[in-house]
Design a binder for this molecule. Structure first.
Ligand SMILES: *Cc1c(COP(=O)(O)O)cnc(C)c1O
Length: 404
């Protein structure tokens, strides 16, 4: 049977909506349109009940109580609320924040903003696999440190941080721990008590839920965390995030979280096997292919490879029927190599040669086999056009060549 193209292998950028999630949302887009804050009629009650069910589903999926869930417009907002909200609330305790260079822009740019407001930020470096160590975190803590913000798993290379060990360090030193859990949540177990996470950001559209909805876990006990509101208004979400609740979106996020937990035991191994098949299929047929990220401590669905002597962008143009991401960020004027790959010590050339394959719930083995064939063919074609690759194959050390 022929595979249906285009094939989607960019699930770390966004996921399709699971049909079961859409089904759960449908009544709240149509007949049950009430405002969850309307306390005096059944339209409002139906909406509020649906929101409370979603709070329960999400809390359950991360080991939190429903009362600890604050709904937002997505993980960018959750990250902003966690970091700015904690920084402002605990300003009298100190002004130092610890994060890492490979965090998502929603964390990095928020920290850069806080630097302009008199905060001190330590950006930890990572090793060549993208890993931050608990020892590094501990060594960076000062008596002014109020917050550690480190992700559970990286979106570009999939490296999984030792979150529980980092949480222990944070607890021991009495520092709050925010974790961007967007990529890990729903893919691998992530429990706020087992990890000592005080603030956890998640997003709907990375877990087969809708776009424009997310949540922030805010610990209520041991310690009770307060956040300074970033959105002022009707005092929704315990005053931490005003604004009429996105009821259909929230219902979708709840359904998506519950499904992710149900599917994880079978989905994790299935996607890992597909990912390994893709990796093996490519690496066994091509030379000079490097894996970016950690070989084992890595998300089940993520494969980031650099193909020496080939430009990622050119490669993508040659396999337009497969949707992947390249290690170059298209900014308005320049084609900059990914800051995450740079932080791992990947050279500019190899960063420009990289592709990220991120598989998902709907990826099939037929699609994997099709992708292997297409990638191998495209890389071979491009390398045939590359004099540098020819020279390297003939054993010429390109670093020693004196170019005229
Ligand atoms: C996608 C993503 C975000 C942003 O989430 P949105 O809901 O799209 O705002 C933040 N952090 C990580 C790690 C992500 O992958």
């Amino acid at each position: 049977m022929a595979v249906k193209t285009p094939i989607y292998m960019d699930n770390n950028a966004t996921t399709p909506l699971d049909p079961r999630v859409l089904e759960a949302m449908m009544p709240y887009l149509t007949t049950h349109f009430g405002n969850a804050a309307s306390k005096n009629h059944s339209f409002g009650w139906a909406a509020e009940a649906a929101v409370e069910k979603a709070r329960q589903q999400i809390g359950q999926a991360m080991g939190a109580s429903p009362k600890e869930i604050v709904f937002t417009s997505g993980a960018t907002e959750s990250d902003n609320l966690a970091i700015k909200g904690a920084a402002e609330m605990y300003r009298e305790k100190g002004n130092h924040i610890i994060t890492a260079t490979t965090e998502h822009k929603a964390v990095l740019d928020t920290c850069h903003y806080l630097e302009t407001q008199g905060y001190d930020v330590t950006f930890l470096t990572v090793d060549h696999t993208g890993m931050v160590s608990p020892e590094q975190v501990e060594a960076a803590i000062t008596d002014k440190t109020i917050l550690i913000s480190l992700m559970a798993a990286n979106n570009e290379v999939g490296t999984i941080h030792p979150v529980a060990e980092i949480g222990k360090v944070a607890k021991k030193r009495g520092v709050l721990f925010h974790c961007d859990g967007v990529q890990a949540f729903g893919k691998i177990p992530l429990n706020v008590d087992e990890t000592g996470i005080d603030l956890l950001s998640i997003s709907g559209h990375k877990i087969y839920g809708p776009k424009g909805v997310g949540a922030l876990f805010v610990r209520r006990r041991g310690p009770r965390v307060s956040l300074s509101a970033q959105m002022h208004g009707g005092g929704h979400e315990r005053g931490m995030r005003s604004g009429t609740l996105n009821v259909p979106g929230i219902v979708g996020l709840g359904a998506a979280a519950e499904l992710a937990m149900q599917e994880m035991p079978t989905e994790g191994p299935r996607i890992t096997a597909l990912r390994d098949r893709l990796q093996q299929g490519i690496v066994s047929q091509l030379d000079q292919v490097n894996l970016n990220g950690h070989p084992t401590q890595r998300l089940p669905n993520t494969l980031n490879l650099s193909f020496a002597y080939v430009e990622g962008e050119s490669l993508m143009m040659r396999m337009k029927d497969i949707a992947v991401s390249s290690g170059s960020a298209c900014t308005s004027a320049s084609l900059e190599p990914s800051y995450v790959l740079k932080a791992l010590g990947v050279g500019d050339d190899m960063a420009h040669s990289s592709l990220r394959f991120s598989l998902g719930r709907f990826t099939t083995q037929e699609e994997i086999d099709f992708a292997i064939e297409r990638v191998v063919r495209a890389v071979r074609e491009l390398r045939e056009l590359s004099p540098l690759y020819e020279m390297a194959r003939e054993g010429i050390d390109l670093k020693q060549v004196k170019w005229k």
